[in-house]
Design a protein around this ligand. Structure first.
Ligand code: HEM
Length: 456
């Protein structure tokens, strides 16, 4: 259950001179940030890194002000967003005019109604992709969780993005290139203040992968021009807009948006689903309840979208998963003009970070915050918390447009796997989240799947 939070009366931010505890910070930055979040307990934080001194807002009222109330003042700009802008170009991941035009075109494609229309093909892709797990399961061979989740998610996202407009060979080229982009950008994320001219690890891998992606995506756009065909996919929506808008949209705009979609959808979904399995292994009572629910509804069928509304506990588990592991764990804003955040003056040009990871772990916001408890999201309790006590998908105008896609996808993947296999983790030392663009596990997680039956 959530508890009431009281707005901080402080007129000064709580300053944390990180440069004094640098070794602790470098050794385990996430744990150190978590410790700072707990100590400040909702007060506005000032991280003092010497040259850079960002604020961190964790109190739900303050988060709401930054993401929603004053969203026009707190914008996505500055050094944190540069690596993303150099990757995505002008797209839905930008700000201002570039963001607005992409948002206007993409928003309708992501409505619940439209996404629901895509769920049949998502379920097909997921069931087929989960079939591949049969062979190692029958041979008693363990799988490594992250790459397997990545494979399943990639095969599904390709359907959503491209429908039938992509050939298998092209999909096989794009998938690994995209994963390389997502992982090789981590250093630029962690050290945004390092100029582009200074090489960092990952730069070369990034450039190589970006080249493969560009070649493949432009090929697809060319083919669309010759033969548009039909379809509900995102690629078609973008190409149609390019043909009809006549407002300066070019091939690069299509490429930029496809890339943004891919990057934001595959890495986040893969990493959050990776954390699911260690959690279920640590909580057999939750796993048993999930299995019972799934057996009662899905039986020996292959999972279908119409099963999902009869699987409320699956939904609760996914919601709680994103509370404890909100993989979009931190995102920054820059103030355009002077303002006041919870009594703390913030000047134009200063950075404010918001972090679902920190807010979701505050004791003043969530009772027993480190405990995995899907009951927090039981229907009768779901609305009892502050709107910004839980914000894995952000909020305000930039709120994640892929959240319905994620929910359907995650519920289908979890259900498909548990309707066919019993998982068992093989790890002796638990993996910890490590910061980067998302919260990947610190070490590979191995899992054994035991087939329970042959499906109809
Ligand atoms: C676990 C899964 C996901 C998480 C945790 C997540 C998280 C987020 C967050 C926190 C933001 C807000 C960023 C900001 O305010 O600056 C965001 C924006 C966005 N997400 Fe997601 N996301 C997920 C899945 C997806 C999927 C599946 C898609 C696409 C299919 C997607 C597409 C986007 C896009 C395009 C934006 C930018 C929206 C805008 O600026 O208007 N995300 N996401």
């Amino acid at each position: 259950m959530s508890v009431d939070v009281v707005a901080s009366p402080a007129s000064k931010a709580r300053s944390f001179p990180l440069y004094r505890t640098l070794s602790r910070f470098v050794r385990d930055p996430l744990r150190e940030l978590e410790r700072i979040g707990r100590t400040a307990n909702g007060d506005v934080i000032r991280l003092d890194l010497g040259a850079s001194r960002p604020f961190v807002a964790t109190h739900p009222d303050h988060v709401q002000q930054v993401l929603k109330g004053e969203s026009e003042n707190f914008v996505r700009a500055g050094t944190f967003w540069q690596p993303l802008h150099s990757l995505f170009g002008g797209s839905i991941m930008s700000e201002g005019q570039e963001w607005e035009v992409s948002k206007r075109i993409l928003q309708p494609v992501f409505s619940t109604k439209h996404v629901r229309a895509l769920t049949e093909s998502m379920a097909d892709a997921i069931n087929t992709s989960v079939d591949t797990l049969e062979a190692p399961a029958r041979a008693g061979e363990p799988i490594t969780v992250l790459p397997e989740m990545n494979r399943i998610v990639n095969e599904t996202v390709i359907k959503i993005l491209f429908g039938n407009k992509i050939k298998q060979a092209e999909a096989d080229r794009l998938g690994p290139a995209m994963e390389k982009v997502a992982t090789s950008i981590a250093f630029r994320f962690l050290m945004p203040f390092v100029p582009r001219q200074i090489p960092l690890p990952g730069d070369r891998a990034f450039a190589e992968a970006a080249k493969v992606m560009d070649e493949t995506l432009y090929e697809l756009v060319d083919r669309y021009r010759d033969d548009p065909g039909e379809g509900f996919d995102i690629f078609t929506a973008l190409c149609q807009a390019r043909m009809t808008e006549g407002s300066g949209l070019d091939d690069a705009w299509i490429r930029n948006n496809l890339l943004s979609m891919w990057a934001t959808s595959t890495e986040t979904t893969t990493v959050s689903l990776t954390w699911l399995w260690p959690i279920l292994d640590r909580h057999p009572e939750i796993a048993d309840r999930l299995v019972a629910e799934i057996e009662g509804v899905v039986g020996t069928d292959r999972v279908r979208p119409d099963h999902l509304h009869r699987l409320p506990y699956v939904k609760q588990v996914i919601q709680e998963l994103l509370r404890l592991y909100p993989v979009g764990w931190i995102f920054p804003r820059i103030a355009l003009k002077d303002t006041d955040l919870g009594g703390v003056p913030v000047k134009a040009g200063q950075t404010v970070l918001v972090s679902p990871y920190l807010t979701h772990r505050l004791e003043s916001v969530w009772e027993r915050p480190l405990e995995f408890d899907p009951e927090r999201f039981a229907p009768e309790r779901a609305r009892s918390h502050h709107r910004y006590a839980y914000f894995p998908f952000g909020g305000g105008p930039h709120m994640c447009i892929g959240r319905h896609v994620f929910n359907f996808e995650a519920e289908l993947i979890l259900t498909s796997i548990l309707s066919r296999f019993r998982p068992r983790l093989l790890e002796t030392v638990p993996a910890e989240p490590r910061i980067g663009a998302t919260l990947r596990p610190s070490r590979p997680i191995q899992m054994e799947l035991t087939p329970i039956r042959r499906q109809a």
